[in-house]
Design a protein. Structure first.
Length: 397
């Protein structure tokens, strides 16, 4: 059992709390099912289900198993998960079915590109208006203020930053922030061609990692001004507090990460939250399992944390969920809130021998551990050097 100090009082960005959470992934439907599966070390990895495996070297992914039949695919799956995650989060927050007064911000890498592929190649029945998530959100929830942001793998934390800005500016008292992505044949094929050797499994921070494998999923949170929560008896329990979310764009390379840009994002998140490295009890690593990303992220954390690099527990969910792209940052944030609440930290599965840059880290491996942490750092880094880091705090007990 490890205990970490609370954040310094009076130094954090005030007033933003999470009151509802929602998630769908290859390992489960709903936040509790997803979190329990992660703590059990359960992987969503399976042979490709949605398209012809003979066209690719890599044969596995972390897909949600909801297609009509093996080897077939259908449009609208990303939208379906987005609706489910938003509905779960809204329900948990005690929000009415009518969300016409609540802005919804969505981060994604590819929106409904898979549906467009199926329409173009197979003639699938898909209205191209469905490329815009706002269409379905309006039909299901009456939502009229919807915004979609495509910032690669940091998209959902980028959307969280913009949602927190809306609240801070007084433009809303409640926002819903979500992230979602699904496998597309074109993106899977692109990644399949750039790997030196086709990976069979995603193994973050392991010396023998071969590269990234894609996953599917959606995540959503309800973020509110803390001073409005008590005004509504049915507002739902506070799930945690947003201390900060910092974004930058280092513009280093189209795809390669920049150690310095990542370090600057981490420092910015710490500064805005009013915390120091030794205050952080848990780090949810981006951990894509690629040669460059893992090295850059680990080196950047080492730069920022210095002698404290061995203090926080660290874990990488993509070892079980695959890379859920635009939704990955928010999924990690939800897991961080659940870990802080429950005292259970999910493991990084398949990690046998850490890379040199992560050799001093307290990586959770093989099985979940118990730890009473107060603050968690959540990393998300995307193509083009769009970096996002959030600091969240455990709800008061």
């Amino acid at each position: 059992m490890s205990t970490h100090p609370a954040a310094p009082s009076g130094a954090a960005v005030p007033g933003l709390v999470f009151t509802g959470l929602g998630a769908v992934a290859s390992i489960g439907n709903g936040v509790d099912e997803v979190f329990d599966a992660l703590c059990a070390g359960r992987s969503g990895r399976a042979e490709l289900r949605g398209f012809d495996r003979t066209r690719f070297r890599a044969q596995h992914a972390y897909e949600i198993d909801d297609r009509p039949a093996p080897g077939t695919d259908e449009p609208g799956r990303a939208t379906r998960w987005l609706i489910a995650a938003v509905a779960e989060a809204a329900r948990g927050a005690g929000l009415a079915e009518d969300l016409s007064d609540v802005p919804i911000l969505i981060g994604t890498g590819l929106r409904e590109l898979r549906s467009a592929e199926l329409r173009w190649r197979d003639g699938a029945d898909f209205d191209m208006a469905g490329l815009h998530f706002g269409t379905a959100l309006r039909e299901r929830f009456g939502a009229v203020r919807t915004h979609t942001f495509s910032n690669a793998c940091s998209a959902s934390l980028y959307a969280l930053a913009l949602g927190s800005d809306l609240l801070a500016a007084g433009e809303a008292q409640t926002v819903i922030v979500a992230g979602v992505d699904t496998l597309t044949e074109s993106m899977y094929g692109l990644l399949d061609r750039v790997h030196m050797e086709a990976p069979e499994v995603l193994r973050p921070f392991d010396r023998e990692r071969k590269g990234v494998l894609m996953g599917e999923g959606a995540a959503a949170v309800v973020l509110r001004r803390a001073d409005t929560v008590n005004d509504t008896p049915a507002s739902g329990p506070v799930c945690g507090r947003l201390r900060s979310v910092h974004i930058n764009c280092d513009g280093y390379h189209v795809t390669a990460p920049d150690r310095n840009g990542i370090a600057d994002a981490v420092r910015g998140a710490h500064r805005e939250a009013g915390v120091k490295p030794q205050d952080i009890g848990l780090v949810m690593l981006h951990g894509t399992g690629t040669l460059l990303n893992d090295e850059a992220e680990a080196a950047a954390i080492g730069d920022v944390f210095g002698a404290e690099a061995g203090t926080p527990l660290m874990t990488a969910l993509k070892s079980m969920t695959g890379h859920t792209s635009g939704g990955s940052g928010l999924l990690s944030l939800i897991v961080a809130l659940k870990a802080l609440e429950s005292g259970r930290i999910p493991p990084t599965v398949g990690l046998r021998e850490p890379i040199d840059e992560a050799a001093e880290f307290r990586l959770v491996r093989d099985r979940a551990v118990e730890a009473q942490a107060v603050l968690a750092q959540v990393d998300a880094f995307g193509f083009g050097g769009v970096n996002a880091v959030a600091i969240v705090e455990r709800a008061a007990r």
